[in-house]
Every structure is written in C-alpha cells, then in structure tokens.
Design a protein around this ligand. Structure first.
Ligand code: F3S
Length: 388
C-alpha cells in the first residue's frame, strides 16, 4: 500500500473514505492482490429499489452524509421506475423510496444516466481498467471492447468509484484472461435470440472458465451484447474470446449443436398461450442502431389492442434517438429511459406474459417478474406487437 492509502485506511481522511478503503483492501487480501490500480470508470449496480430493498439505503445515506464523492466517471444501473411512463402507474411509496436512492448517489457525484450499457455513453479504451458491476456489461467490456474489469458487487464498485482504484487481481491481469476451453458452435446462429440462447447454455457449462468460441460466423455488436448478457446470467464467466486464431493445442474442447440452441430457446419460452401483455426490447439497454431498426419497422403501424410495447434504453440514447422515439410513440409503443422490466414492477401493472428477444429477461421474468415468457427475435416480437 502507498503511504496515502495507509493514511486513508487509518481514518485520516474520514469515515467514508476509510470504509471504502477497507472494502477494497479486504477484497485485495482475499484475492492476493499486490496493489491497488487506478481505474478510468466505475459502474454501480443495486440501484433499483425493487432489487436493493431497504437495508442498504441507510449505508448509501451514511456515505453521502459523510461527504463521499466519486473520483472517476461513475454510471448507475437502471432504477425501478421511469419518470415519464411508469411513475404515473406505480404506488407513490415505491417512487419515493426510489427517488431517495437516486438522491444519495447523486450527492456522491454519479452521472444521471441509468443504464446497463454504459459503454454507449463513452466506450472505454482497450486495456483500460474499470470497476463495473453489471454482469452483462462486464462480459461485453472484457470480450468485445478489450477493457479490463472484474464482476464487481454494488458496494465494491462504489468503493472503487470513491477511491478511484481497484485491487490488481482477476481480470485486470493478463495471465487471468487466457482461454482455457474451446467451444465449437456447430450450427449457424440465425438471430440475436440464438446468440442469447447460446449464452444461457454455455453459462451453465463454463462456470468461471474463459472460452474461445469458434463458429460464431458473422457477428454484430448487438448479438454479442446478447451473448454477453446471457453467459453472465447462468455462469460466472467474465470473458470469452471469439474470432481469434490463438493456439488452442491441448485445450479442453466442447461443442454446441443446433439441438442445444433449440432446447434452450424452448426452455426459455414458458408461456402456454400466444397472447402477450407486454412485448419488450431492450435487455441489455438498446443501442441507437436497435432503436433505429425498431422505428423503421413500426413506421405507419399500430400497436395491437391489449398489448404494451416497451423499448428500454438510457436517457442519453433516448435523447440522441429523438426522431426514432417519436416514430415508435406514434405507433403506440413506449420508449422508457433508465429502467427495464426485470428491475421494475411489471407484476404490479398486471403484466402476466412477456415476449422479448432477450434470453436474460426470459430467464429471469418467471421468478423476478412473475410472468410467463416468449423468447423470439426482434422481428417476430414486432410482428406480435403491431397490426400488420
Ligand atoms: Fe439491463 Fe435490466 Fe437486462 S438491467 S441487462 S435490461 S435485466
């Protein structure tokens, strides 16, 4: 530890900094880190009141009261209500609790954009060190963007944000980013949904191993985002390699066949009827390109009676996509900023069946949202939601 870090740990710069330094040094000890390293950004989870609950709010308030301030750009995961749409439909007490959580984070200097795709606000540079807590973003940052982050918990990401540092261990070190399993995908994946199904299937098999995935064919960033979110949903893998010609001699090999993708997709579709209360696109939060695609597809169409259509994204992307947002709203859909179905209270809105192109949402919705699910590519979701 540096002299300055020791002084902070001894409480010489106040309780808030001391508490954060304690969290980081304990983590560092646990994983045998030799030092703390500077980070360029932090991303904090545990923002939605639905998933956070009451107990941690006092801790957040105590930190803010003690003057804690973030030292690096710090983004937050989605909250449980959207100020424009859901606020009017959910009980006042839930809204107030949520507002209080946001207020505490704001007092500590976090950005106002609530999203699980912080890389659309500012993409981290390759090799940069981050302390991100949203698992889908962690896998995407390590695998697609080439940045370096462990899968932080909410408190450790916040502590790292306030200290501007994180322990030098795990995914921050080159030797821990090497592949140790080769995955042959023996079928041509046809849609973003199949990339998600691959992730759900692989997550269960990989545990925390780092695979090289071969046979993905042509990939788009949006389908890699689905793969990243899904693989992190069912496993502890923080990174995958793809489209690489690394030396794979001696590495254990497994294969994934069309029947694995089919079975996983079927397991993620639990709904017994064809009617859905909500069609949802935006897990992880939509890119500008996805919103453009939706706007073009729904142009001149009308939403079916009895179905809601939600597109979820960050306020930053929503603002940038203003023209597309208007188009989606004209057709009867809603573009929600800073929220998503899983961390919101869809069950309190009477939503019992959710159709989505996201394997992650389809995996969580039966338990976290008490909803039946239909997993289908965006194209089919739009056909189901709008009159043709
Ligand atoms: Fe994001 Fe919610 Fe999915 S936080 S990754 S849209 S479950």
């Amino acid at each position: 530890m540096t002299k300055e870090e020791e002084r902070i740990l001894n409480g010489e710069s106040g309780w808030a900094n001391q508490t954060c330094m304690k969290i980081l040094t304990r983590l560092g000890d646990l994983y045998d880190a030799e030092k703390l390293i500077p980070i360029s950004s932090a991303h904090v989870s545990g923002v939605s009141y639905k998933t956070l609950g009451d107990a941690p709010i006092e801790f957040l308030q105590a930190l803010a009261d003690a003057g804690a301030k973030v030292k690096v750009k710090t983004t937050l995961n989605p909250q449980s209500v959207d100020p424009e749409h859901l606020t009017k439909r959910l009980p006042k007490t839930l809204r107030e609790k949520q507002l209080n959580i946001l207020k505490q984070f704001e007092r500590m200097g976090t950005t106002k954009s609530l999203t699980c795709t912080p890389y659309y606000l500012k993409s981290p540079s390759r090799e940069s060190h981050l302390a991100w807590a949203e698992s889908s973003a962690v896998v995407y940052a390590n695998s697609v963007l080439g940045a370096r982050t462990n899968r932080e918990g909410g408190p450790s990401a916040l502590a790292a944000a306030i200290m501007g540092k994180t322990p030098d261990q795990g995914m921050h070190r080159a030797e821990n980013r090497q592949p140790n399993l080769l995955v042959d995908v023996e079928t041509r994946l046809q849609s973003e949904t199949e990339f998600g199904a691959l992730g759900i299937h692989l997550g269960k098999m990989l545990r925390d191993r780092i695979p090289i995935i071969q046979g993905l064919g042509k990939t788009s960033k949006d389908s890699l985002k689905q793969l990243s979110a899904a693989v992190a949903t069912t496993g502890m893998t923080n990174m995958f390699h793809f489209n690489t010609c690394s030396d794979t001699k001696g590495i254990e090999r497994i294969s994934v066949e069309a029947k694995d993708i089919r079975r996983t997709t079927q397991e993620l579709s639990t709904a017994s009827c064809k009617k859905c209360d909500l069609v949802f696109i935006g897990c992880p939060h939509c890119s500008l390109g996805e919103i453009k695609k939706i706007a073009e597809a729904v142009h001149g169409k009308k939403l079916k009676h009895g179905t809601e259509f939600w597109v979820c994204t960050s306020s930053h992307i929503k603002e940038t996509a203003r023209g597309y947002v208007k188009e989606i709203e004209k057709s009867g859909g809603q573009v929600l900023a800073g929220v998503c179905t899983v961390v919101s209270w869809t069950e309190k809105l009477g939503i019992e069946t959710i159709m989505t192109n996201s394997a992650k949402t389809a995996y969580y919705a039966p338990t976290l949202s008490k909803a039946e699910t239909m997993l289908s590519p965006m194209k089919e979701c739009l056909i189901a939601a709008f009159q043709q």
